[in-house]
Write a protein that binds this ligand. Sequence first.
Ligand code: PEP
Ligand code: MG
Length: 747
Amino acid sequence: MPERSESDSRKLLRRLRDTLAVPGAGQDRLDQITHLIADSMGSEVCSIYLFRDPETLELCATEGLKKEAVHKTRMKLGEGLVGRVARNGQPINTADAPGEKGFRYMPETGEELFSSFLGVPIQRVGEKLGVLVVQSKTARQFSEDEIYALDVVAMVLAEMTELGAFTSDEGGMRALHKQPVMLRGTSGQEGAAEGRVWLHEPRVVITNPVADDPLTEIDRIRDAVGQLRVSVDDLLSAESLDKDQKAVLEAYRMFAHSRGWLRRMEEDIHRGLSAEAAVEKEQSAARNRLEQVPDAYLRERLSDLDDLSNRLLRILTGQGKDTGAEMPDDPVLVARNIGPAELLEYGRKLKGIVLDEGSVGSHAAVVARALAIPLVINTERITAEALNGDPILVDGDQGIVHLRPEETVARAFRDKIAMQAKAQERYASLRSLPATATCGTTIALHMNAGLMADLPSLEGSGAEGVGLFRTELQFLVRSKMPQRAELARLYARVMDAAKGKRVAFRTLDIGSDKVLPYMKPQDEPNPAMGWRAVRVGLDKPGVLRMQLQALIRAANGRPLTIMFPLITEMSEFQAARSHALRELHREKSLGHPVPERVDIGAMMETPSLAFAPKAFFELTDFISVGGNDLKQFFFAADRENELVRRRYDTLNLSFLGFLEQIVARCAETDTPLSFCGEDAGRPIEALALAAIGFRSLSMRPASVGPVKALLRRVNLTEARAVIDRARAEGAETARPHLMEWLAAQTD
Ligand code: PEP
Ligand code: MG
């Protein structure tokens, strides 16, 4: 095979484009292309393997292998050399293919005759489409130049594929973005939704992957990179940047000014690619390189580079984010990731949210939960698959998404939605009834909230009040520290919306996973156990005092309930309480109305507080168990870490025993006690909590119905006996016993 020059490669691309310009069926085109490549590269074989489904590749066209094998030979991702190229997104170049590790013998192809093998992935950014292979009889390594040339051809094939050039019903390629796809992610918020895709950032469409005039393309790319650099420099010179934003922009600037980046794109252009295709080729290559890197920091830079490449593509194509497309009815937001403020802007009109990235504890997830919008995160490739307007089903319970679903799947899904709606109706009928168990004990059910958007749920959910108002959400969704007057107005609106029902305002719980964009982040090795919540408030009381003033002013004479997060020992509570009393006194001396009654309580989120002196239990007006934190510290299992967060059962009898001790200590001093972690909203867990003596639970609004429905049909004394029996039998968790007992109950 002769050494290839840049102009050879351009010639090949031009022939490829001309072939594709002639109307034809998908299969014919694929056949012509393999012929063309083999001929032009002087190799005996050229084959195109395309994905049939995300796990299987199929030989779709070949020049040189046996024609009978076309559409018959298949391999799994990772299987054989072709499967390996597809899985790793990296070329394989070998002089002795049959001797290569992982070689799979496929007698139907006649492949064993060919010794040399060069396979390159056919891929667009984040989207694997197939593998392009050339083979020859002579045992030789392909040169760097040949690999490069084949890579460029594969890039053009990928773009053409995207444009539907090989699509046909018989034999050719299945049309992209038309097939049903099921994606498995993680549940961020339960619930099911059916709707149509709305892309937060629509993808850029490249219509001209091949270009005839490299000099014009080089001018275009240089000009676009110049514009990009100026825009990044402009962003960096803005005064309002915090340290994090600056760090990200510095990374952008580094990439934008990288000579290697521009040089590689210029080389691609010399090979015959258009400026746009060159940007995408480097974006794909960088993605593949960075995805293999184990270092989390470097992998994060991947998204910086992606952002930058997208900006460059938008400059080149003139395609802005606003495509003029109209948001469909029942929109389901699809994005790589999204910030809480942007999500709030969309608000309740969204039917569902699907994110390629994200985490259960992220602020976006918190907002989605507050808005009760089904959310699936970590789908990894939804943004590569979905197009605006595609039908989509979001199963927030299972963390599954069906894109362009088959009718049978959609029908089953609609049944599920209908069943959930029926259950909701049933819960709605319980709205005004108390959660009184058959033994006569009544449990007060409250809801957790954090945004104004939550308040309308208070009435509909049947909750008696707000047991936990997470005030930090208001701080998190803003780009700068809110002012006292602004907060006072907001808290007043919350109290107005609650119409006299009790709202327990928890003071700012920042730190750990909740980092305010405008506060100096602390570099802590273990932030969940670090400088967070009331610890920050006591050490730097300015914000705490401002917040207490805002609450007192908002109450404007009405009763007020305040609770302090992560109280770990009595003295912290005493100090925090003193701040509240001092502010009350100050407001009074300023002539402002003070609340007719103020309850000041503590959140019990660390085991130490359960063993505090009796004086603490006497001093506090109430205790609210923050089960999320308490459980993570009890079991030493990080609530944000997917590897361990589900490892320990809340119904573990050691944990239940510990909670029983807290119930007993509160009973001793008549201290009102409630539970406000996520577990309070899970029916079986809520039942266990009620059985061991909790008389007040606070949960997500959507959980009030299911919890109430269960509590109303059980006898708590019996449930308590079941837990005791499990313990007496030496069980580790009471769950199986409780489940068995529940199954035996009749309505
Ligand atoms: C908790 O820890 O259980 C709690 C309610 O607080 P948060 O989830 O906001 O930390
Ligand atoms: Mg907590």
